[in-house]
Design a protein around this ligand. Structure first.
Ligand code: UTP
Length: 234
């Protein structure tokens, strides 16, 4: 059975608390979990950025603002655990050892942020390395990695395939303040470059995209890997 780590952006799981995708994702994840072992890392989304914005206005430093962001990722993770019911381990893992321990129960393991100065992309990459995952999927609010931010520049070109080194070159110029909005963080990029686990970046705003990618190998996105062989469909 293959092991997949899924990084689920807060912006796609909980675009807003009033109209969220938690129930839809719970059902997609339960279906996927019948075919492979999955770990889900949940992001903080807009709610984390609102807390971080308020913290900055109060003069709170970046590290302490990051801690607030981490708390929000864990609240989003709790929502998902609740919606998954008995399919998930009932606690949100707070570190990689816990995630591995919880996985012994044979259930979906959910975690949020871990430590300041990174994003949940880094958590998902380190987790993928820790559990020897076959694949890391980043379900985010764009349909892949672009030459420049497609929301700011209409000339942006989407990459179909990148090597881990090319990915590092693209992201190395980005700043990493609390709440920053980069497609994949530099810590995550470095971890991928050393562990060589393939990464798929896809548009997670529609939960069906994750389902089609894992079950049928049908996706629009960016694959980051050196290898010709790609471990989808499961
Ligand atoms: P994320 O940036 O990972 O979630 O965490 P996100 O922004 O919702 O993901 P996308 O954009 O939808 O894909 C939110 C904030 O929490 C802090 C950082 O400040 C980050 O910007 N954080 C998160 C940490 O400091 N450490 C972590 O391990 C995770």
């Amino acid at each position: 059975m293959k092991t997949i780590v899924i990084s689920l952006g807060g912006s796609v799981l909980v675009p807003s608390l009033e109209s969220n995708n938690v129930s839809k994702y719970a059902s997609v994840l339960k279906t996927i979990a019948e075919k492979c072992r999955i770990f889900v890392v949940v992001g903080g989304g807009g709610e984390a950025r609102r807390y971080i914005g308020a913290a900055r206005q109060l003069g709170i430093n970046e590290a302490a603002s990051d801690e607030l962001g981490i708390l929000v990722t864990r609240m989003n993770a709790r929502l998902l655990v609740g919606a998954l019911g008995t399919a998930a381990y009932p606690r949100v893992a707070e570190n990689y050892t816990e995630a591995k321990e919880f996985a012994e129960a044979g259930k979906i393991v959910v975690m949020g942020g871990v430590t300041p100065a990174q994003t949940t992309d880094a958590v998902s990459a380190v987790l993928a390395e820790s559990v020897c995952a076959d694949l890391l999927i980043n379900a985010t609010s764009v349909n892949g990695i672009y030459s420049v931010d497609p929301r700011k520049d209409t000339d942006a070109v989407r990459y179909e395939r990148l090597t881990p080194l090319q990915l590092l070159e693209i992201i190395s110029g980005c700043r990493l303040n609390a709440g920053s909005n980069i497609v994949f963080d530099i810590v995550a990029g470095k971890v991928l470059e050393r562990c060589r686990i393939p990464l798929l970046v896809l548009d997670g705003r529609d939960p069906e995209n994750l389902y089609r990618a894992v079950i049928f190998g049908d996706f629009i996105g960016t694959v980051v890997s050196d290898e010709g062989i790609f471990p989808l469909p499961v």
